[in-house]
Design a protein. Sequence first.
Length: 306
Amino acid sequence: MENRYLEFIQKFLSESPVMIPEPTSMEPSYKADPTVKVMIFDIYGTIMISASGDIEESDISARNLEQSLHAAGIQMTGPVSGRNEILLEMLESFRDEIEGVHERDRGPDKPYPEVDILKIWDTILARQRERKNLTIRDAMCIKCFTFVFETLSNTIYPMPGMKEVIYRLSAKGMPLGIISNAQFYTPGILNFFLNGTVTDDVNVPPFDPEITVFSFRHQRAKPDPWLFEIVRKQCTDKYGISPSEILFLGNDMFRDIYPAHLAGFKTALFAGDSRSLRLRKEKAEVDHIAPDYIITGLDQLLKIIV
C-alpha cells in the first residue's frame, strides 16, 4: 500500500490547480546585505501560496471529508441516510481533539503546543471503525486520507519563482533552512514542487536538515522561540555563524518576525499575497518591532543576498 499511497499522492499533487498570489498594498523595502550567511524560510503563505493563508486556518467541510475517505479507499457503511450525520460528528471530533491537545499540553514551558494531525485522524477513524461506520483496509489508508483531506481543506501552490530562487541561493553555497508550522505531509508536498517526487522522508533538498524545523516533530508551534533557538544553535555550532548573519523570511509579524527578532535574526516580511499577509497589529508583542526588509516577490531575495 505504501508505494501505491505515494503514487496516488504524486498524481493528486500533479493535478493541483494553478494559483497566483493576490497583491497587497505594501511596498517592498530592501537593499543588498552582504552580511547574510544563512537563509531560513517559513513555508505556508511565504514560499507556498495557501488558499486559507496559513496551515492552521483550513476550511474544513463534510464534502471534503467524504471525498477524502473515498480517495483513500475508506468505505462508509450503514444506511446512506445517516452518513452526513457521521461526517458532521467526525468534523466535530476533529475540532474537539485539536482543542483538547492544546489545553492538555499548554504550559509555561510550552506556550504554543502543536498537534500531530495524523494521530488525531487515526483516533477519530478508529473510533468510527469500532462503531462499524467505516471499513479501513490498513494504516496507509489513514495516512492517505489525512494527506488528501488536509490538502483539499487548504489548497496550496508554489509562490512564483520559488524553485528558481531557492536553487539559485543554494548554488551560491548558502545554507538554507526552514522553520514552519507543518504536518507530516508538508515535506512531501514541498519535495514534489521543488524536486518532482513525493517521499515519506522529512528531508527536503536543498534545505539543510540540521537547520530545518517542522513544528509537528517537536509538538511546538510558532511563535514559540524554542523552535528558533534550535536553528540559532545549529547555525553557530555547524557554520560558526552568529544570529545577526541569519535572515528569516515569513509572512506573519507575530508568528514569524517576532520570534525571529527575539532570536537575533535579521527578518524579512513577505508581503506578496493578501491571503497570507498577517500584520497582527492587535498583538502587543509586535508594537515596537519592524522587519529589516519587506519583499513582495521571492525574486527580491536575490537582490538582498549578493
